[in-house]
Design a protein around this ligand. Sequence first.
Ligand code: ZN
Length: 238
Amino acid sequence: MTQAASLLELQELDIEILRARKRLDELPEKREILGVRQKIKDVTDLRGKADLLLKKLQADLKAHQDEITTLTEKIASEQTKIMETTDHRAVQSMTREMDGLRRRQDKMEMESLGIMERIDKAAAQTTKIDEALIQLAHKDAALVARFKQVGGALQGEIADLASKRAATAAVIEPATVSRYDQIRESKGGVGVGRLDGTACSACRMSLPAERVLELETGDDIGVCPQCRRLIVVRTSES
Ligand SMILES: [Zn+2]
């Protein structure tokens, strides 16, 4: 095989590699995995907020219960004092004081009930969130497994193509390969065209007759006067 034919083959392989990489990059599983991961992040944030609310409510409940305990003790000691007092006026004032303590105690108890209800709701919410997180983790694992399967096949294909490419590049003049690589890099993946009648197959431009003649009387691999890519004039020995 001539250098020119090998160069065209190199270009074919590079295009196949690009296509396979693009397919790998655009696998629907990949997009789905990214979507699920974002959702996991959002739901985890939500879980953090629900946790904070639950902790706040629990602290609030404890403060209420502590106060109820203190009030119960105070009421009991007032009760004892009333029993021990014979002074009518003192009893009356202590009774008023005790009524105030009982009202406060009732209020605290009512509020505690409300807080307990809110704790139940918040706990149910965190349970729901945890279930959602478990489901999302399952979905993520299944998608990753499928991505590995489909993507693995594509990666194998890319590796095969890459080794074929290396073998092909090895038989071409290194200077030609590096020139081709540079052009390919700067021109969207296509570094070489072929002279197709009077046109360059890479840029599709019809070349003036004198340029075609120059190419035809020159080397197997020339330069397209239009797009400046390498251009293969002939692939067989002349
Ligand atoms: Zn061209």
